[in-house]
Ligand binder design. Structure first.
Ligand SMILES: Nc1nc2c(ncn2[C@@H]2O[C@H](COP(=O)(O)OP(=O)(O)OP(=O)(O)O)[C@@H](O)[C@H]2O)c(=O)[nH]1
Ligand SMILES: [Mg+2]
Length: 453
């Protein structure tokens, strides 16, 4: 496989029947290859067409028959998504037409594209930096308005610009420190040490602020996993049903009704929540129920937030509460007192009081969920957002290198130590935007894309 000399082709629209489908071709021979299968109604060759023009005509198959009448869009290098000569063919939306056209194109010299290969080429050709290329996938997979906005900002380069600005400041300082090392004999000083320390501390601070957005970025992208747990019969399934507005999970007055985990997604105020109704936790002789309880415990371990439900008429089960705290982080637990319609003047203390039957208190519950999940971080459209683990790790590394460099200054170590740490920090920052990136990292990123992207 040659990364850039091959001409690649793929179906860019979802597989299936639709009004139209689009086949995308990119690479040096894309226009020439299309010309071999396309008869324009104008009788002109695409090779002569200016960039960004659309042409109507027929695709002619190997027997000389018309496969379909199509529209062909022509993009000349470097003014295309990939930066290469590219063509998009809009056909009628029948998978058969697409498959036949794709095999015609491969007969004429195109190769089937790998997952994410169009975007990878856009990155290699400098049309996007790596953080932006990753944002392409995020834009496609965003499921809430808030996460779409975050991904959109990343695609527009908000994160890249912020990281690049920090990196440029560091590159400057690193070069000065290195220059001073070169002239060590002469005892020249290029660097104002106090100024440098202040600058590094300032960058550490900016990195911290970026790192803090990660939790929120993850929430935007993946949604918030919420486990609804408690003793049997406290109303967990009733709460799930209330939240999804349908009779999803079986509710009964018999304790031990739910055994499997029931997973439902709900968007509330623009955030995606994934609720997991679980089996009530208790000792049981029933092997099936025990398996349910085991699953409940594993849902607790995986959850971002735990709704610990108690029945107002029964009070809080202290030993289960202690177990939850031991299993997870106590900051994740919301103690919810249910069935307050029965006992409005409750004496049980919890974080929020609800009735899964009447809906009382559910708005308060939403408010608490949101506070716990998103915290005080209010996403403004001007903020860069760290939403990928790869970025989070690279930024954390950069921060650690900078902290090391501050340590070596205060320990009066030779400037070489500081220079090394500054360079390492520069490299970590460059990794985010992809200026120093190994093939492994690229393969890893792009194989998660779909074909045609
Ligand atoms: N009055 C009143 N009854 C409720 C409320 N929530 C649940 N119930 C009743 O409590 C009983 C148990 O409800 P479920 O939702 O099945 O309880 P669960 O926690 O899922 O129980 P298991 O699946 O057995 O662990 C049912 O009879 C519900 O109608 C409530 O807010 N008020
Ligand atoms: Mg249940």
């Amino acid at each position: 496989m040659n990364l850039l000399e091959d001409t690649i082709a793929a179906i860019a629209t979802p597989y299936g029947v639709g009004a139209i489908s689009v086949i995308r071709i990119s690479g040096p021979a894309s226009i020439a290859i299309t010309d071999t299968v396309f008869a324009a109604s104008s009788q002109k060759k695409l090779a002569e067409a200016p960039s960004h023009t659309i042409h109507y005509g027929n695709i002619i198959d190997r027997n000389g028959d018309v496969l379909d009448d199509v529209l062909v869009s022509v993009f000349k290098a470097p003014h295309s998504f990939t930066g290469e000569e590219s063509v998009e063919i809009s056909t009628h939306g029948n998978p058969l037409i697409c498959q036949n056209l794709l095999s015609l194109l491969t007969e004429k010299g195109a190769r089937l594209a790998e997952p994410g290969e169009f975007t990878r080429r856009a990155y290699i050709n400098g049309r996007l930096d790596l953080a932006q290329a990753e944002a392409v996938a995020a834009v496609i997979s965003a499921r809430t308005d808030a996460s779409l906005k975050g991904a959109r900002n990343q695609l527009d380069g908000l994160l890249s610009r912020e990281v690049a600005a920090l990196r440029d400041k560091l590159v400057n300082s690193a070069s000065l420190v290195e220059l001073e090392l070169d002239f060590a004999e002469e005892d020249l000083e290029f660097v104002d040490k106090t100024g440098l320390t202040a600058l590094i501390s300032e960058i550490v601070n900016s990195l911290d602020n970026l790192l803090k957005t990660y939790r929120f970025g993850k929430v935007l992208r993946e949604g918030i996993n919420v486990a609804i747990v408690g003793k049997p019969n406290v109303g967990k399934s009733s709460l799930l049903n209330y939240l999804v507005k349908e009779y999803r999970a079986i509710v009964s007055e018999i304790p031990g009704t739910t055994r499997d985990i029931i997973r439902e997604e709900v968007t509330i105020d623009g955030y995606l929540y994934i609720f997991h109704d679980t089996a009530g936790i208790r000792d049981s002789a029933d092997v099936i129920e025990l398996e349910g309880v085991r699953r409940s415990r594993s849902a607790i371990a995986d959850a971002d937030l735990i709704l610990f439900l108690s029945d107002v008429t029964q009070g809080i089960d202290k030993s289960l509460f202690d177990e939850l705290i031991a299993l997870g982080d106590s900051g994740k637990i919301v103690s919810v007192i249910n069935k307050v319609d029965i006992h409005p003047q409750h004496k049980v203390t919890g974080d929020v009081y609800i009735s899964a039957k009447t809906g009382v208190g559910i708005a308060d519950l939403f408010r608490i969920l949101r506070e716990k999940a998103v915290g005080s971080s209010v996403y403004t459209e001007k903020n860069a957002l760290v939403s990928s683990l790869r970025h989070f790790n690279a930024l954390s590394e950069a921060k650690n290198h900078l902290l090391n460099s501050l340590d070596s200054v205060s320990a009066h170590l030779s400037g070489e130590f500081q220079a090394v740490d500054l360079r390492r920090a520069v490299n970590s920052l460059s990794e985010v935007i992809g200026e120093v990136t190994s093939d492994d990292i690229l393969n890893n990123i792009f194989q998660k894309f779909c074909i045609g992207k």
